[in-house]
Design a protein around this ligand. Sequence first.
Ligand code: FE2
Ligand code: FE2
Length: 221
Amino acid sequence: MSFRAAFRERYLDVVGSIYIYNEFRGYTSLDRVLEAVRERCPDDLNFQQEIAKHRADERKHYVMFRRWFERQGRMPLKVDSGVGHIDRFIQWVFRCSIEELDTGQIVADPREFEQLCRVIMLTEQRGYAQVEIILRNKVIMSDPILKRIFQIVHKDEPDHFEPYQRWLEQQGRATAKWNERAADWCIHKILMLAKLPALFLDSGRERMERWPDEAGALPAH
Ligand SMILES: [Fe+2]
Ligand SMILES: [Fe+2]
């Protein structure tokens, strides 16, 4: 295999592995959010439906990446919460992992619930901006299936931050604080400038043995 072909294959492998992890974390974390919203805003069925649609989209994205790997007959690279934008953001804001998030406490404290909405909104806005960059990336666009996947993700993405943004605006709350935007920016830079290259260069990196949606597939956090 030429250097160019090997570079391309590894790069796509790394991008696909980071995405499949984030899509999986996305839809599984939204189960917790939906739980919180049902308690906090029981009458706001519209908001609940929008979150349910968001969850369904993220699951669809996960399945598309899974199929992409399956077609190639290989599993994604083993990654951990270090490559998860939402994992790092939740950790930074709430000082705990997604699994440890206390939904009951978040529902009881309006400030915490608003914070959770802002974290999701910023994560999704970041995701949208990132997909726009990917759609201009020649290496990724050279894979016709990945190209199609990212076009679908791009189309779905606005529906993912708008409901939270609208809700925050309705409450008359600042849609994002400067320090939250700064945290989002830092997390993104760490991912792109440190995590992605490290994964790319780690030639001995193992592959997952099971798909993330199979029980016990992800390492404990
Ligand atoms: Fe997604
Ligand atoms: Fe999304």
